[in-house]
Design a protein around this ligand. Structure first.
Ligand code: AMP
Ligand code: MG
Length: 413
């Protein structure tokens, strides 16, 4: 069977083509700011950072034990005289001679003459005499200068979105401030005369606006500053005013609803009047209509109103574009091969992101089932799902036992 939506006059754009067109059209922001490391989590680095230091900076012990020179270990077993202690932060100050060893703790600097550490569990202590066993290995448990990162080598690359571990790595190297790209200012709003806010009584024909909760939460990221412009009525003047005002002080506007070609769908028309517009029907299900364009310097994404379509188009189309705009390196989503435990309905014509629930069996194999009804309005199945089942455009359905590609949601990774 063929998807009736693929029988359009103009051919539908593939998801990859839409992504490429958007990527070619947008310019990443270049404004930067310098912040202290503790404020840099999740921000995008504007510089490549090389290590000003060797890490570790000193040769130190990887164990609690005894530091000795390998030249004293030629005949085994052997005994050495204990002459002092090297603590983490308080190195041994004396000089170790042949026949001597030093008590040492993890992270403590090795005496210059030592090149080996034996774990404390492996020796026998008899007053100031340390008995080393017959199988004592030399050159063990010593962390070399620069073995983690050598001075001048790469710490973090420009365009990296900084993780907790990156902050720790930079801190280890003594980097206290970083230059990052400024956050994107993003305005969001919903359109639709049927939409009411939470707290208002629901009357016939009205629905609660869920999309702004979806978008606000999906945009909660250190790189984005979100302004919620509320609900705009299905009215050309109201939309024109909202678009032009938001475009003045935002980098991006994201709207949901009114994006199709119904009589009350004004997004495309209004954007054409006050900016430049690309209106595409994308070969994606759910979420076919997408308006992309700009009003002056401000980029505009008009998403479909159905909540599942809004989420899928946000994740698959808008989110990569925002990452690029914010200066971040873009990554492809992780896809896994899973056995589909149930049959799935699908018509040829559009790439589908069906909502699925995957599990991993003890042998490591992945299995997936449909999360329920697949309508573009069925939020409950999206909420139950932990992955998309990605079905290519030409696929005409899946039989139980077939292999499919799944994309786990990031919260389940
Ligand atoms: P539209 O894109 O305006 O044609 O809307 C498509 C469907 O999505 C309709 O059923 C709308 O009522 C619904 N819808 C639009 N906006 C929202 C919203 N913000 N929250 C929940 N549902 C919405
Ligand atoms: Mg509408």
């Amino acid at each position: 069977m063929t998807d009736p939506c693929s029988l359009e006059k103009s051919p539908l754009l593939t998801v990859n083509d839409a992504l490429e067109r958007i990527s070619a059209a947008i310019q990443a922001i270049t404004d930067t700011e310098t912040v202290s490391l503790k404020n840099a989590l999740g921000r995008v680095l504007a510089d490549t950072i090389y290590s000003p230091l060797d890490i570790p900076h000193d040769r130190n012990s990887a164990m609690d034990g005894y530091a000795f020179a390998s030249s004293d270990a030629h005949e085994q077993p052997f005994t050495l005289e204990l002459i002092g202690i090297s603590w983490a932060g308080k190195p041994f100050q004396g000089r170790m001679q042949a026949g001597q060893c030093v008590r040492i703790f993890t992270g403590a600097v090795l005496p210059e003459q030592a090149d080996s550490v034996i774990m404390q569990e492996h020796i026998q202590l008899d007053g100031q005499t340390v008995h080393f066993p017959a199988d004592t290995k030399t050159h063990q448990n010593v962390r070399a200068v620069g073995e983690d990162v050598s001075q001048g080598s790469l710490l973090c690359e420009q365009s990296k979105k900084l993780t907790a571990v990156d902050l720790a790595l930079l801190a280890t190297a003594g980097v206290s401030e970083v230059r990052i790209y400024r956050a994107l200012n993003i305005a969001i709003f919903s359109t639709g005369d049927e939409l009411i806010a939470l707290g208002q009584a629901l009357t016939t024909g009205k629905i609660y606006d869920s999309n702004r909760y979806l978008l606000t939460a999906s945009l909660s990221d250190a790189c984005y500053q979100v302004t919620d412009l509320g609900v705009i009525a299905d009215n050309k003047h109201a939309l024109t005013d909202a678009f032009t005002a938001a475009a003045k002080n935002h980098d991006v506007i994201i709207s949901t609803g009114g994006a199709s070609v119904g009589d009350a769908d004004y997004v495309k028309e209004v954007l054409t009047a006050c900016g430049d517009v690309n209106f595409w029907k994308i070969a994606i299900k759910p979420g076919k209509p997408l308006t992309f364009g700009n009003i002056g310097e401000c980029y505009f994404f008009g998403l479909p109103g159905n909540p599942v379509s809004a989420q899928v188009t946000f994740q698959k189309i808008v989110s990569p574009a925002l990452k690029q705009l914010a200066g971040a390196a873009t990554t492809r989503p992780l896809q896994l091969i899973a056995t589909c435990s149930s049959s799935l309905k699908k018509s040829a014509g559009r790439q589908e992101f069906q909502r699925g629930i995957f599990t991993q069996h003890e042998n490591g194999d992945f299995f997936v089932v449909s999360a329920g009804q697949q309508g573009a309005n069925i939020l409950s199945a999206l909420s139950l799902a932990n992955c998309y089942i990605v079905l290519p455009s030409e696929c005409q359905g899946v039989e139980a036992g077939d292999k499919v590609l799944i994309e786990p949601f990031s919260t389940f990774l």
